[in-house]
Design a binder for this molecule. Structure first.
Ligand code: ZN
Length: 215
């Protein structure tokens, strides 16, 4: 059962508790049976919106130990957003009163890895993938600071560190952009909506908060 009046802090605490279950290897799997399916069939009331990468290793319901009807999930490569994606993210808070948005990026992100390679080599990725690269450019420049984009070769360790810094920069950028999005910003300023930027560690399974708005 979701409390429709849960505060952003209560919603975040529920996700933190579920994530500890996952990290500890003791999933409780709430709300994942036929009874729950029937209960939410007519009406849903998720308590959080998760904005995360498409990566196969971080399904939101699993890493936060939640179930059917608990979470809105919006997933794109490297949690990049544009107008259409933002509209889907707004749906929960604006239409459902959902009190929390969590932007989750993760270690060793394939989309960020490909984008960093494309930017440094000035190559285009196939198909429409270049759209993701363009969305990641600001995070790349934030992570590299004054370092020229196509500087001489770097070691694998330096590349891994750079990719991780771009992941973190992208998490912070996305959380900040949503917190200052017109219709969401008002809810954040009234503490009716919390927005958390968080990093997921593929090895430990732990989600760590990097930044937060509206608490
Ligand atoms: Zn990823």
């Amino acid at each position: 059962m979701n409390d429709p009046r849960a505060s952003p802090a209560q919603a975040w605490a529920r996700l933190e508790t579920g994530n500890r279950h996952w990290a500890d290897g003791h999933l409780v799997h709430p709300d994942q049976d036929a009874a729950r399916r029937e209960r939410v069939a007519a009406r849903q009331d998720p308590f959080a919106t998760i904005v995360s990468c498409i990566d196969s290793r971080l399904p939101p319901e699993t890493v936060f130990d939640q179930g059917i009807g608990d979470l809105f999930a919006v997933r794109t490569g490297a949690q990049t957003i544009d107008g259409l994606v933002t509209a889907s993210i707004e749906y929960g808070p604006l239409e459902n009163g959902t009190p929390l948005i969590v932007v989750v990026g993760h270690a060793r992100c394939g989309a960020v890895t490909a984008a960093v390679h494309a930017i440094r080599s000035a190559e285009r990725l196939p198909g429409h993938l270049d759209a993701i690269v363009q969305r990641l450019r600001p995070a790349y420049h934030k992570a590299t600071g004054t370092t020229p984009a196509t500087e001489t070769s770097i070691t694998p360790e330096e590349a891994a560190e750079l990719i991780d810094q771009v992941v973190r920069a992208q998490i912070l950028r996305t959380a900040y952009a949503l917190a200052h999005d017109g219709p969401l910003a008002g809810l954040v300023s009234r503490r009716e909506l919390g927005i958390v930027g968080a990093y997921y560690d593929l090895d430990t399974g732990l989600v760590t908060q990097l930044d937060a708005f509206g608490f």
